[in-house]
Design a protein. Structure first.
Length: 254
């Protein structure tokens, strides 16, 4: 217990407190505005009941577009990230030079947010879900590539040595000895990224990427807050369903 009362921990606490104060001022944080939520409750009371049930068929159709963009973008990213992760892991890379090159490229791509990719692809590919799909795909290749590479680096070396002693080739041995170990965690990362991609595709829809996000932005711009509230409820339902489905798959695999 005495370790927490060392001088350095008080210094760290003071630095963190100072950073919090500076950050709060820079963000215009206000306890008064936080406590006074009368406008929020008024918005919920006026727009969330009753919901625009007549919009549900259209919004469900748009939710399928959003789900398609998120699923196709993340799944194809996973397929590409798996081989890339072997090149980006220190214990399976072809060499030190290629390891640093692949890691640097992944870091470079990962540093660019999906919204920036979306803006670029909306200009180059035009309005529509394809621009959002490409933005999600590129970003998730880099994110999943790094996450899976870290799983590869932490895998047990015993199965790899057993495959090597049985005469398996280097890459073949790595695939069949490492992937079974890390597959449950790979799935966990994938479903988490799928949930993130659904929310991201909503944001990308607001800049012309189609789907629920574009419908939400259209309702907001036209001040149709009751329609916007219905779209928000559909979005919440979509995210919950994907989360439950991911949990079921993880339990079956693990």
């Amino acid at each position: 217990m005495m370790v927490w009362f060392q001088k350095k921990f008080f210094i760290y606490a003071a630095i963190i407190a100072a950073l919090l104060i500076v950050s709060a001022r820079g963000a215009d944080f206000s306890f008064t505005a936080l406590i006074d939520q009368s406008n929020t409750w008024e918005f919920i009371r006026d727009n969330f009941y009753p919901l625009r049930t007549d919009l549900l068929p259209y919004l469900l159709e748009q939710s399928l577009i959003t789900l398609a963009v998120a699923f196709f973008g993340t799944f194809t990213a996973l397929l590409l990230a798996l081989p890339i992760s072997l090149l980006a892991a220190e214990n399976t890379a072809s060499g030190r030079f290629s390891f640093y090159i692949v890691r640097s490229v992944l870091s470079l791509i990962r540093s660019i947010p999906e919204i920036v990719f979306g803006l670029i692809f909306v200009v180059s590919l035009g309005l529509g879900p394809f621009a959002a799909l490409m933005a999600i795909f590129l970003h998730n290749v880099s994110v999943l590539g790094k996450l899976i590479a870290e799983l590869v680096e932490s895998s047990d070396k015993g199965p790899q040595e057993a495959m090597s002693s049985a005469g398996a080739g280097r890459r073949t041995g790595q695939i069949f000895s490492i992937l079974p170990q890390i597959w449950p965690n790979v799935l966990s990362h994938y479903f988490y990224r799928l949930e993130v991609a659904i929310r991201t595709s909503l944001v990308l829809g607001m800049i012309g990427g189609g789907g629920l996000g574009q419908s939400l932005m259209n309702y907001y711009n036209s001040l149709a807050y009751d329609s916007m509230a219905t779209a928000i409820v559909v979005i919440m339902g979509l995210v919950i369903i994907v989360d439950l489905f991911g949990g079921i798959v993880r339990k079956r695999v693990i």
